[in-house]
Design a binder for this molecule. Structure first.
Ligand SMILES: *Cc1c(COP(=O)(O)O)cnc(C)c1O
Length: 429
């Protein structure tokens, strides 16, 4: 593959944008080399500025679950654009997408739209604090809930591979209200509740972790957290920014059968435009402005272009009863293919998968939390990443990220990926 044009575009970008990117993981810091500059994308494929065609396993980190430039979504955006792109006034579209989202996530009564997953999680925690009158929250090491201060305590993905798990700029005061536990460790959370029985407003969790690779919850973990929240009158917040409208129509709550009190969304819900949202039951949401005193607002929140894209996306997902099974089948096909190649090599590995999320970890121990994810062999991962890239396969440029499959991927794309994988692993072994 040629990267000349990406390379020169990256140089130009670095002169005017910090690190040349608007979100750190895009800079390829952990895998090295030149970030790929995209020119356009269609279906399962990315087309870069050098004319390379890549099979995409990131799907814009999740949103493009139907593939790139999905035409009904594009048409909805065009149609809305002709009517105006922002009003700062209510529209019927907002009620329409809210109604559908709540139909798909039926244990929630109301939903508020924002502009990103970060905003959704930040607002959900403020709501939990405001409604409970308590200040502390529990988060899990390696879980990522966006870049707002309270969450940048052992956050996953970009914050990890970037080597700044606790970012400078986050105050000690903020950090002391965020309590930490290892993922999949119920006893650690129990201890925190014993230590601070009346101070914990909420537990926030990725019900299936996707920011330290893909790490599903072990049996009984989410159920145990649910019981602790009930016992200590704390709210249970599911950060479904990644899993919402991806693992099932009703997200992880539906797939895993555990109910949260507050749920956050992002990624898929915007159909590729910047949208986040948080939903809760009435008695919690009634604390939110303008009904209640907990303040939250946004000039571009509920933006009509974004709502048109999101609505069309959700309608498509809601009307297709086979979509999530189809995605899971494709992911299973990929899993089996990768597994068959790796078992014949000497390379220690683990593959984690749930629904359309999957990750490969180069370690011989099961990957169940951040500590075990961090034991992965980075040099091997980096060679694997670049080997696959040279074969025209675009994987997440970090060992701490999940792949996100999309519905445009065909079985032959997946088989092509497995063949490429065979060649790459042969060179590595
Ligand atoms: C991506 C992500 C976020 C942050 O969303 P942004 O839109 O990037 O602000 C929050 N939580 C989870 C689980 C995510 O995967």
């Amino acid at each position: 593959m040629r990267y000349q044009r990406s390379s020169s575009l990256f140089k130009e970008a670095q002169a005017v944008i910090p690190g040349g990117v608007n979100s750190p993981v895009r800079a390829f810091k952990s895998v090295g080399g030149t970030p790929i500059f995209v020119e356009r994308a269609l279906g399962a494929y990315l087309h870069d500025e050098d004319g390379n065609k890549l099979i995409d396993y990131i799907s814009s980190w999740g949103p493009m679950i139907l593939g790139h430039a999905y035409s009904p979504v594009i048409d909805a955006i065009k149609e809305q654009a002709n009517k105006g792109t922002s009003f700062g006034m209510p529209t019927a579209l907002e009620t329409e997408i809210a109604t559908l989202a709540l139909e798909m996530v039926p244990n929630m009564d109301k939903i508020r739209f924002v502009n990103s997953g970060t905003e959704a999680c930040m607002s959900a925690v403020r709501l939990a604090r405001g409604a409970s009158g308590r200040e502390k929250i529990i988060k899990f090491a390696g879980c990522y809930h966006g870049h707002s201060d309270a969450f940048l305590i052992q956050a996953g993905s970009g914050a990890v591979t970037f080597g700044s798990p606790s970012s400078p700029g986050v105050t000690k005061g903020t950090a002391q209200d965020t309590l930490l536990a290892p993922y999949n460790n119920l006893e650690a959370v129990e201890q925190l509740f014993l230590e601070y029985p009346d101070e914990i407003a909420a537990i926030i969790i990725e019900p299936v972790a996707g920011n330290m690779g893909c790490i599903p919850p072990i049996e009984g973990f989410l159920e145990g957290l649910r019981n602790l929240c009930d016992q200590y009158a704390a709210y249970f917040i599911f950060d479904e920014v990644m899993t919402g409208f991806r693992l099932a129509k009703g997200g992880a709550q539906e797939l895993l059968g555990v109910k949260a009190d507050i749920v956050t969304f992002g990624k898929v819900i915007g159909g590729g435009l910047p949208v986040g949202a948080f939903a809760a039951r009435d008695e919690i949401m009634s604390h939110l402005a303008p009904d209640g005193p907990v303040y939250q607002a946004g000039t571009l929140s509920g933006n009509p272009l974004a709502m048109a894209a999101g609505l069309t996306m959700l309608q498509t997902l809601n009307n297709d009863d086979e979509l999530f099974d189809r995605l899971a089948e494709k992911t299973k096909r990929l899993h089996h293919g990768l597994d068959a190649v790796l078992t014949t090599s000497q390379i220690p590995y683990q593959i984690n998968r749930l629904g359309s999320m999957i990750s490969v970890h180069f370690t011989d121990q099961p990957v169940t939390d951040f500590e075990s994810a961090a034991k992965g062999n980075n040099p091997v991962f980096n060679q694997y990443f670049h080997g696959m890239l040279d074969e025209g396969i675009y994987l997440p440029p970090s060992a701490f990220e999940s792949y996100f499959l999309n519905d445009a991927l065909s079985n032959s794309d997946i088989d092509e990926t497995i063949d490429a994988f065979k060649r790459v692993i042969k060179k590595l072994a």
